[in-house]
Ligand binder design. Structure first.
Ligand code: ADP
Ligand code: MG
Length: 244
């Protein structure tokens, strides 16, 4: 069956004064796909996310979410988007419940409709007993899980995760990675996940390697290994990014 593109980016360019942060970025993500955008620090991952989320405008090119142009129809485009930003954006002085209920209301969701979903998700993450605890008292990994639950409250078609595991200890990182992969299996959700950590790309349907604002390789793991003539993704990534 032909699957529809949930995210379609065409020839996006972005400049900061004379510095070109993104050069001719084109990519497509289909329904249910897990795509990892892999690139070293400064590659342009967050800049691309700021364009997809409508926080900044591309200097040229276009970006459509579920057929809606983010630059001209941002309200409808954003309805289909769930986001976990690189920097945590959760209110530390509110409880888990207050944070999640507030965001439900912001999305125009009736609490009676989302209450069960929130309880189920918290219990799947082992956080149900902490629902009335202030977020300040949670660990970094727990806070990120709450942000992940929050990003999915309105059942978006597309989930953006900008380096969600940064700053987490190894156990919490593995835990969060497993949770994301589980979400992808259980829902018809497309995911774009940025990282500079190669092992996070191992389970992706598609890997996009970004270096100095350009896509330098794109394909499934086998294709990336073939392009670089390597057996391990880590080595293939380093080779492709160095351009050797
Ligand atoms: P990544 O998320 O891959 O680490 P970024 O998208 O944050 O990379 O940054 C890409 C490049 O663009 C970097 O060289 C960064 O310094 C530059 N950059 C990002 N935002 C701005 C800005 N607002 N003004 C000037 N330069 C910026
Ligand atoms: Mg970034």
């Amino acid at each position: 069956m032909h699957k529809k593109a949930v995210l379609k980016i065409n020839n996006v360019k972005k400049y900061f004064n004379s510095f070109q942060a993104l050069n001719n970025i084109s990519l497509e993500i289909k329904s249910g796909e897990l795509v990892v955008l892999l690139g070293p620090n400064g590659a342009g991952k967050s800049t691309l996310f700021s364009i997809i989320t409508g926080l900044s405008r591309a200097d040229s090119g276009s970006c459509f979410i579920n057929g809606c142009d983010i630059a001209f129809n941002s309200i409808n485009a954003l309805k289909n988007l769930g986001i976990v930003f690189q920097q945590p954006t959760i209110d530390l002085e509110l409880t888990i419940k207050e944070n999640l209920f507030f965001h439900s209301r912001l999305h125009g969701l009736k609490l009676q409709n989302v209450k069960k979903k929130i309880e189920n998700e918290l219990s799947r993450s082992g956080l149900e007993k902490k629902i009335n605890n202030k977020v300040r008292t949670l660990s970094g990994g727990e806070r990120r899980k709450i942000e992940l639950i929050r990003s999915l409250l309105h059942n978006p078609k597309m989930l953006l995760l900008d380096e969600p595991t940064v700053g987490l200890d190894p156990g919490s990182r593995t835990d969060l990675m497993k949770k994301i992969i589980k979400i992808k299996k259980s829902e018809t959700l497309s995911i774009l996940w940025t990282t500079h950590l190669v092992d996070e790309a191992e389970k992706a349907d598609k890997i996009i390697i970004l270096s100095k604002g350009e896509i330098v390789a794109m394909g499934n793991k086998l294709k990336i290994l073939r392009i670089a003539n390597e057996k391990k993704l880590e080595k293939a990534f380093l080779k492709i990014v160095k351009g050797v």
